[in-house]
Design a protein around this ligand. Structure first.
Ligand SMILES: [Zn+2]
Length: 140
């Protein structure tokens, strides 16, 4: 799918003509003008890469990340490799639980003092919802 138009003559008869500085370069077939546009989907991809790696660092498995973000666990594994992500020594006496909440539910969660007893919490915004990961101390 090509959405690009020639900025010179507004023709959409264009062809790909290489990639320069991470931008797709096009050549207009009508007037011969060369121009570049940002590769579509690049921002969306980097958003999901960041989220996936955050979740991985928070101790979620590849399968859980796949379920939450709808990204293949193979992609997530590749990103972990590509960006050399290493989890510092996992603590096994904390048990993570993941909740997906709306903003109102998030406020409700924090409003109840009992919900915060003996836990650690990380909140990550995901589109119009919030993912809350809490670690509860497990009794030894
Ligand atoms: Zn043109």
């Amino acid at each position: 799918m090509e959405l690009a138009h020639c900025p010179q003559c507004d023709s959409n008869h264009i062809s790909r003509n290489g990639i320069i500085k991470e931008k797709q370069r096009y050549k207009c077939k009508d007037c011969g003008y060369n121009f570049t546009v940002d590769k579509p989907g690049k921002n969306i991809e980097s958003f999901f890469v960041t989220k996936a790696l955050q979740l991985y660092l928070e101790g979620l498995s590849f399968r859980e990340i796949e379920r939450l973000l709808g990204i293949s666990h193979v992609s997530v594994m590749n990103w972990v490799k590509k960006y050399h992500i290493v989890i510092p020594g996992r603590k096994n006496h904390y048990k993570p639980t993941t909740l997906i909440l709306t903003y109102a539910e998030l406020i409700e969660f924090y409003a109840n003092r009992e919900n915060l007893r003996g836990i650690g919490v990380t909140v990550t915004e995901i589109e119009d919802k919030f993912m809350l990961i809490k670690w509860e101390r497990t009794k030894k």
